[in-house]
Design a binder for this molecule. Structure first.
Ligand SMILES: *Cc1c(COP(=O)(O)O)cnc(C)c1O
Length: 386
């Protein structure tokens, strides 16, 4: 179609969720058709097949799939017996689900700050957060570091420090499947790792889905029971209270196809990130969070910090570029968590990031031409020429 002023080029979406279909739509449709034909819609063979394939990909003993990422966090906390009187530390800069999972178990979240350079859980919060939890009469039990934007948190520092303090480590890897730290894939970096297959995540499905990764045999067994109402030897033998939280067979079938091309998609995301880095290299006023040399990000988001974030986002939008904010409000400022415990009187790095961070269009199928449009628009928007 010829382009003129009445025919502007299509918008650059934050994430193009249909692009993958152009590549493997036929394979996904065939996988869905196979499930339609065998009819085992709940816990069909594709579910176990996916769990085996994911365990091999990540390099862990067990993968337990479930209905969504929030349940993956919640089921793990339930399996560990977390409840009223227990404190769960996490960062204030995350999606609400991280803290919600703890609160729904009856536990008390304790919000910690992030490191200003990486926007990941600052390990300094472990000592202060547990001290404040104890002072409030709570038992500190778990820390949930968040792999924000796809970069694994600082597990090399967090895991040993958490051990000293008697805390278990549950990684919130909703955004980071495929990332790694010192050559070890996300999923094997903590006592347990929760992820999400929400469509926009690096390993997304076509609806809701989630999983827990662990090397702990006993934990995996309890999780398998909890996701089916706390079942025992069969579904009418209920040995504990659980949830109805299974991954649909249809989504497992789709995920097997998506997992097969995940390594190539991760490489494409990495290339897109490098491209943005090169294009923005001269702009001291537009900086992205640091990815440490020992870490590989899954690049769920490519975010930059901007002094005038909201005005810039509006200008980009007017120029046909969609953006996102991950996340606009530190969780302890949201109504359900107002007045919540914090690891220090203020969480300045989380507050500053919430006010300044903007996610640019990102994805494995983002074209170089679209990236140029994003960068051109960003240059215009930040030089006041709009
Ligand atoms: C997406 C996300 C979740 C929740 O996953 P759902 O599958 O939507 O329940 C939890 N934590 C973080 C950091 C996320 O990005």
């Amino acid at each position: 179609m010829p382009r003129n002023s009445e025919n502007p080029p299509p918008r650059v979406p934050l994430a193009d969720l249909l692009a993958r279909r152009r590549r493997i739509g036929d394979r996904v449709d065939a996988a869905v058709a196979r499930v339609m034909a065998h009819g085992q819609f709940i816990m069909g063979p594709e579910v176990a097949e996916l769990e085996t394939a994911l365990a091999r990909f990540v390099g862990v003993r067990h993968v337990v799939t479930c209905a969504n990422g929030t349940d993956a966090l919640r089921l793990t906390l339930m399996a560990w017996g977390i409840g009223p009187g227990d404190a769960v530390l996490t960062s204030a800069l995350t999606y609400v689900a991280t803290a919600e999972a703890a609160a729904l178990c009856g536990a008390t979240p304790v919000f910690c700050d992030v490191s200003p350079d990486t926007l990941l859980f600052d390990p300094a919060g472990l000592a202060t957060g547990t001290a404040r939890a104890r002072a409030a009469g709570l038992r500190p039990r778990v820390v949930i570091p968040v792999d924000l934007h796809g970069q694994p948190a600082d597990y090399a520092a967090i895991v040993p420090a958490a051990r000293e303090l008697g805390l278990r480590v549950l990684a919130d890897a909703a955004q980071s499947v495929g990332g790694s730290l010192n050559g070890r894939r996300v999923g094997g970096l903590a006592d347990a790792t929760a992820t999400s297959f929400f469509p926009a995540k690096p390993l997304g499905c076509l609806g809701d889905g989630g999983a827990i990764f662990t090397d702990d045999d006993a934990l995996a067994e309890v999780l398998r029971s909890l996701r089916v109402h706390g079942s025992g030897k069969d579904k009418y033998d209920t040995v504990r209270l659980g949830l109805n939280s299974r991954l649909d067979t249809l989504q497992a079938a789709v995920l097997l196809e998506h997992l097969a091309i995940l390594p190539e998609e991760l490489a494409a995301r990495e290339a897109a990130a490098r491209n943005y880095d090169a294009a923005l290299a001269g702009r001291a006023d537009i900086v992205r969070p640091v990815v440490r040399p020992e870490a590989r990000s899954a690049w769920a988001q490519y975010a930059v910090a901007l002094d005038d974030r909201d005005r810039t986002a509006a200008a980009l939008n007017a120029l046909g570029v969609s953006t996102g904010v991950h996340y606009p409000t530190p969780i302890h400022r949201l109504p359900p968590f107002r007045g919540a415990l914090t690891a220090s009187d203020a969480l300045p790095a989380s507050e500053r990031a919430a006010a300044r961070t903007l996610s640019l269009p990102m994805g494995p199928y983002l074209t170089v031409a679209d990236q140029e449009r994003v960068v051109d628009a960003l240059v215009k928007a930040t030089s006041g020429k709009t």
